[in-house]
Design a protein around this ligand. Structure first.
Ligand SMILES: C[S@@+](CC[C@H](N)C(=O)[O-])C[C@H]1O[C@@H](n2cnc3c(N)ncnc32)[C@H](O)[C@@H]1O
Length: 234
């Protein structure tokens, strides 16, 4: 039921998704994805999975940084997001190098231990059973493989926090609704970010799923957070 609502919502806003991402984040989203892929220190020819790939921006960033990957897979459960991802990959002549998969991030169809890295950008917030999702990501990583989770957050500094909350709860839903014609989606966005656990608590869920060497970094005054964890070698 909840999954169905999220899926329908992303299908509905798909055509305006990239435009609104750039506008509402003042183009910071591009820098955050770049930072995430750089921070993974991927091998030259990685085998990598991007969960909740949406319109494919993380996939493009991966191939920008690693032009000759062994395997890049993007998975998402919203068909309209995948259609846009496919178009983007074709436009950038990347369709031969990146594979798209329609599927639920909670039930990935991969064998254990095959990926050097798994990424998920602005997706884990939408998955309520986070521990199951993280356990699934852990399972399909090679020993020593890394998980990167990029997620929106709220700034810790009280001044930025009040400014941000005003923008996020009052202005952003109006702009989002105006351009996407989907009021619910851009009311859901601030609610889902405000309900997301703080870094320490999310890191504890990663640990529970088996990850080690967990670290996080707040980006752009704390409005996004990047988490990295590693599957232990043994
Ligand atoms: C905010 S978008 C992020 C897209 C992309 N990663 C990016 O960086 O722009 C969230 C995406 O997560 C997908 N998603 C949410 N829950 C999912 C699930 N359980 N399984 C697969 N995809 C999911 C949605 O369909 C949507 O495309």
């Amino acid at each position: 039921m909840e999954l169905e609502f999220i899926k329908e919502m992303f299908d509905a806003i798909a055509p305006r998704y990239d435009f609104l991402n750039r506008l509402l984040s003042l183009r910071q989203d591009i820098y955050w994805r770049r930072y995430m892929i750089t921070a993974l220190h991927l091998p030259q020819a990685p085998v990598i999975l991007d969960v909740a790939c949406g319109t494919g921006d993380v996939l493009v960033e991966i191939t920008d940084q690693r032009p000759n990957p062994e395997l890049v897979v993007g998975a998402d459960f919203a068909p309209q997001m995948l259609v846009l991802a496919k178009d983007k990959l074709i436009r950038k002549h990347l369709d031969g190098r990146v594979h798209l998969l329609a599927g639920n991030g909670l039930a990935l169809p991969f064998p254990s231990g095959i990926f050097d890295a798994v990424t998920i950008a602005f997706g884990i917030r939408n998955i309520m059973d986070r521990e199951s999702a993280l356990t699934g990501f852990f399972d399909c990583l090679k020993p020593g493989g890394k998980l990167a989770v990029l997620e929106l957050a709220t700034p810790s500094h009280p001044f930025f926090l009040s400014l941000y909350l005003f923008y996020f709860s009052r202005i952003l839903p109006l702009i989002g609704a105006f351009f996407s014609k989907h009021l619910k989606a851009y009311n859901y966005l601030p609610a889902s970010v405000l309900n997301f656990p703080p870094p320490k608590a999310f890191a504890a869920i990663m640990k529970q799923a088996g990850f080690a060497k967990i670290r996080w970094r707040r980006l752009t005054f704390g409005i996004a957070t990047l988490y990295i964890g590693q599957k232990p070698l043994s």
